[in-house]
Each structure stands twice: as structure tokens, then as C-alpha cells.
Design a protein around this ligand. Structure first.
Ligand SMILES: Cc1cc2nc3c(=O)[nH]c(=O)nc-3n(C[C@H](O)[C@H](O)[C@H](O)COP(=O)(O)OP(=O)(O)OC[C@H]3O[C@@H](n4cnc5c(N)ncnc54)[C@H](O)[C@@H]3O)c2cc1C
Length: 415
């Protein structure tokens, strides 16, 4: 009989993990507390960005961040009541904004994400999801001359990783995307990046395919584990004990509580983002356009134009601040003056973010049958399939296709 793996979490990382575990010959059970793909994987901007190798935490950020924090309309928000809770995370994150750390993170991002389109192709080939993946490139724009290409360090990182980019001026921005307001003075084309046209559909199709291939999907919230301190024997879901052979925690922001239930503290924060999706928008850019000045993305999706952004630290259980979506509306109209905002939905979701900007991928510290696959922050749609591929290799006891040292979960324990 095939060895069995239980995966907790039916977001992009969990469904990709289940799919690759099946390919490694395991029997798989996927447990999801809500509906498949309705966590953070539902409402993101859908960017698939293997060519994005500039971490958020680079030296310049420490100059920009206070300015953003003071600006009510800026992209970074900390809810005052949550400030002291998140302070240790910010202190840890600030340490990453050194040149040598940023270069290390950049290399680790590239190493993890470089195979993302191939991994998606492996999972979607011959399925309805194949048409959702589009390697169409991305466009970044700025109202500032020369700003879209980023700092010298950013340019160095892209060059070092061999990433193709094309810096363009205001006229070329308008030529690339004529529906943009004529206010942009610089742009950057990233031809190696792309998008998913509907991240929720992608998750549900991949989960259905996994089911067809033999996976069992269980609805329920995992609340605790039975362990002997180094081996997980069973888990509690829907007040029932379910035996565990091997376990993968891929529960997005929910992973922190699950890791804690195993006795492992991880510095995972909920970095909340918001979106509006505009149906009958009257405007549909050819590729996703990222506003570099205000850090939000305008993504052409199969259900409408999605405008997504904001990094709000307010705690995972706090109420959304819907004023953020009103702001996105105003900012989107400034960017696309012909945009019609008559038929709009709104959404908020929490990015699972570690202070060093990298995910946790590998064995749960101290355990011989539990594994972590979470913490992809701003890059979970990009990272989902490669996280799945490598965690399946690790669980199978094989050497993963990449050096996974930078993502080892034990790094938070100081080892
Ligand atoms: C506004 C915004 C824009 C973004 N844009 C992009 C982008 O363009 N490109 C990109 O690459 N990334 C983007 N991201 C990030 C990306 O969406 C996330 O990194 C990714 O969706 C995380 O996937 P996940 O599977 O780890 O988590 P989730 O999608 O949240 O899935 C985790 C699942 O686990 C379940 N769960 C949690 N706890 C339990 C439990 N105890 N028992 C059972 N189930 C449980 C939850 O219900 C959930 O369904 C964006 C995020 C936001 C907020």
C-alpha cells in the first residue's frame, strides 16, 4: 500500500503539494477548513513572476517605509492597536534590508521561482487550467522619470540573475498600454513574467484533478495534533481524531497556529492586501500593469479588471478596513481615466509573510514525519507549484531539485 500524506490547506500551495505528492506515488488527503482556493489564493493579482528578483526588503526601503506609514493613502499600513505585536517582526525585517542579506534573498527567490512556469505546465497540461496560465510579460510604470527600473542595486540583482528587462520612457509606456493616463514618465517591461487569469479557478481545477487522480478532500478545520514530541500520530479535525502517516502544513496564514500546536514558534505575520474587481470595466490592459509609485497591480482577469495592493499589518483576526478599497478605486481611475466603476466587488486577504521574505519549505524542526510549506508572502501564486514540487520530493526522501537551505524552517530557531 502507498504511504499516505495528509496536507492541511487548500490554497495554491496545498493543492500543488497534493498534486505533486500524488506524482511521487503517495496516497493523499487534503484538509481544507473552508472552500478550496478561497483563502488568500482567491483574490491576489495573479502575477507569476519568476523574473522578479528584487526583495521588498532592500536598503532603500528603510527610507521609504516611514514616509509610506505617515501617508494615509500610502501602500503600507500598521493598525495602531497592533503596532506592539508586530514590532519584533519589523525589527527582524529591518535586519534583512542590508545589501548582503538582500542579495542572498534575491538569489533564493530566483532559485525557488525560476521553474514556476514549467511546474505549472506539468500540473495543468491537458486540463482546463492550461489556458489560465499566460506567459505574457508584465509592465511596471512610474510617474517619476527613470524610477520604474528601480535602484542600482535592483538593476544589479536582475543582471546577476540573468533577468531580461526593458526600461522604457513615457512615450513608450503609452505605446505599450494606450489606455494608461499620460502621466507616466518611465516604465519597465518584464517579458519573462506572466499571469494567471483566475487564481481561484486555477486552485479549484487543480484540486479536482487531484481528486480524479485519487486524492481525498476533507472539509474541516484542524485544531490540534497528537504527538510524542517528534512524531505526529494523529490530528483533530471536526472534533474527530484522524491518524497521520506523514503531514504537510500548507495552511497559509493559518500555519502559524498549526506550527504552534506542534510546539514550534514561527514569525509568520498576516500582511493584508485588498482588491477591487471591476466587471464591465471599459478598460482592459494587455498585461498586468504595476504602479511602482503606489505598489499596486492592475491585472486583466477573465472575470474583470482586478486592482490589488496594500500591505496592512492589523493581525490575522482583525476586521478589514474597507476604506482601502475606496482608495484603490480612486488610484485606479487616476491610472486608467476611462475605467468605469459601476460593477465592482471588493475583497481582503492575508499574505503569509516571514520577515526575511522567504517561505518555510522542509521538515518541521524536531519532527520525523511533519513538513512545512508556507509563508510565500507576496509570491504565493508564483511560488505555489515549485513549493509543491519540492515539498513532495522532500517528503519522498529524495534530493530536491534545488538547494532548499535558504528556506529551511529551522532558520527561525537560530540553527
Ligand atoms: C492583494 C494581494 C495580491 C497578491 N498578488 C500576488 C501576485 O500577483 N502574485 C503572487 O505570486 N502572489 C500574490 N499574492 C500572494 C498570494 O496570494 C499568497 O502568497 C498565496 O495565495 C498563499 O497561498 P497559500 O496556499 O499559502 O495560502 P491560502 O491561499 O490562504 O490557503 C491556505 C488555506 O488553508 C486553510 N486553512 C488554514 N488553517 C487551516 C486549518 N487549521 N485547518 C484546515 N485548513 C486550514 C485556509 O482556509 C486556506 O484555504 C497576493 C496577495 C494579496 C493579499
Amino acid at each position: 500500500m502507498a504511504a499516505h500524506v495528509t496536507v492541511i490547506g487548500g490554497g495554491i500551495v496545498g493543492v500543488c503539494s497534493a498534486a505533486f505528492l500524488l506524482r511521487q506515488g503517495f496516497a493523499v488527503t487534503l484538509i481544507e477548513a473552508g472552500e478550496i482556493g478561497e483563502g488568500t489564493s482567491f483574490g491576489n493579482a495573479g502575477n507569476i513572476s519568476p523574473g522578479s528578483v528584487v526583495p521588498y526588503l532592500i536598503p532603500g526601503i528603510l527610507r521609504e517605509a516611514p514616509k509610506w506609514l505617515l501617508d494615509k493613502e500610502g501602500p503600507l499600513v500598521v493598525r495602531p492597536s497592533y503596532f506592539l505585536n508586530v514590532l519584533p517582526w519589523f525589527i527582524a525585517a529591518a535586519k534583512e534590508a542590508k545589501v548582503e542579506n538582500a542579495l542572498k534573498t534575491s538569489r533564493a527567490m530566483r532559485e525557488l521561482h525560476r521553474g514556476t512556469f514549467d511546474a505549472y505546465a506539468e500540473l495543468t497540461r491537458g486540463t482546463e487550467a492550461e489556458a489560465l496560465i499566460d506567459r505574457c510579460g508584465q509592465l511596471h510604470v512610474s510617474e517619476r522619470e527613470g524610477y520604474a527600473k528601480g535602484s542600482e542595486l535592483s538593476q544589479f540583482m536582475r543582471e546577476a540573475a540573468g533577468i531580461k528587462v526593458i526600461a522604457i520612457n513615457g512615450d513608450e509606456v503609452r505605446e505599450a498600454e494606450p489606455t494608461l493616463a499620460p502621466i507616466y514618465k518611465s516604465g519597465l517591461l518584464l517579458p519573462d513574467n506572466g499571469r494567471v487569469k483566475n487564481p481561484h479557478q486555477l486552485c479549484t481545477i487543480l484540486a479536482k484533478e487531484a481528486e480524479k487522480a485519487g486524492a481525498t478532500i476533507v472539509r474541516g478545520k484542524v485544531t490540534s495534533f497528537l504527538t510524542d514530541g517528534k512524531h505526529v500520530q494523529s490530528l483533530v479535525v471536526n472534533d474527530l481524531l484522524m491518524p497521520v502517516d506523514r503531514l504537510v502544513i500548507a495552511a497559509g496564514v493559518g500555519s502559524r497556529k498549526l506550527a504552534k500546536a506542534l510546539g514550534i514558534e514561527v514569525p509568520l505575520e498576516a500582511e493584508r492586501g485588498y482588491h477591487i474587481t471591476v466587471m464591465d470595466s471599459n478598460v482592459m490592459p494587455k498585461v498586468t500593469v504595476t504602479n511602482r509609485d503606489l505598489a499596486f497591480a492592475c491585472a486583466p482577469m477573465n472575470m474583470g479588471l482586478r486592482v490589488a495592493g496594500t500591505a496592512e499589518f492589523a493581525g490575522v483576526d482583525s476586521e478589514p478596513n474597507w476604506e482601502r478599497t475606496e482608495l484603490l478605486k480612486r488610484q485606479a481611475v487616476r491610472m486608467f481615466p476611462m475605467l468605469k466603476l459601476e460593477n465592482v466587488t471588493r475583497w481582503a486577504g492575508d499574505r503569509p509573510s516571514f520577515p526575511d521574505g522567504l517561505p518555510a519549505l522542509g521538515a518541521a524542526p524536531g519532527y520525523d514525519n511533519a513538513y512545512f510549506a508556507f509563508g510565500n508572502g507576496h509570491f504565493g501564486i508564483t511560488g505555489g507549484p515549485v513549493m509543491g514540487k519540492h515539498i513532495a520530493e522532500i517528503v519522498a526522501g529524495k534530493k530536491p531539485g534545488i538547494d532548499v537551505t535558504p528556506y529551511r524552517p529551522s532558520r527561525f530557531l537560530g540553527s
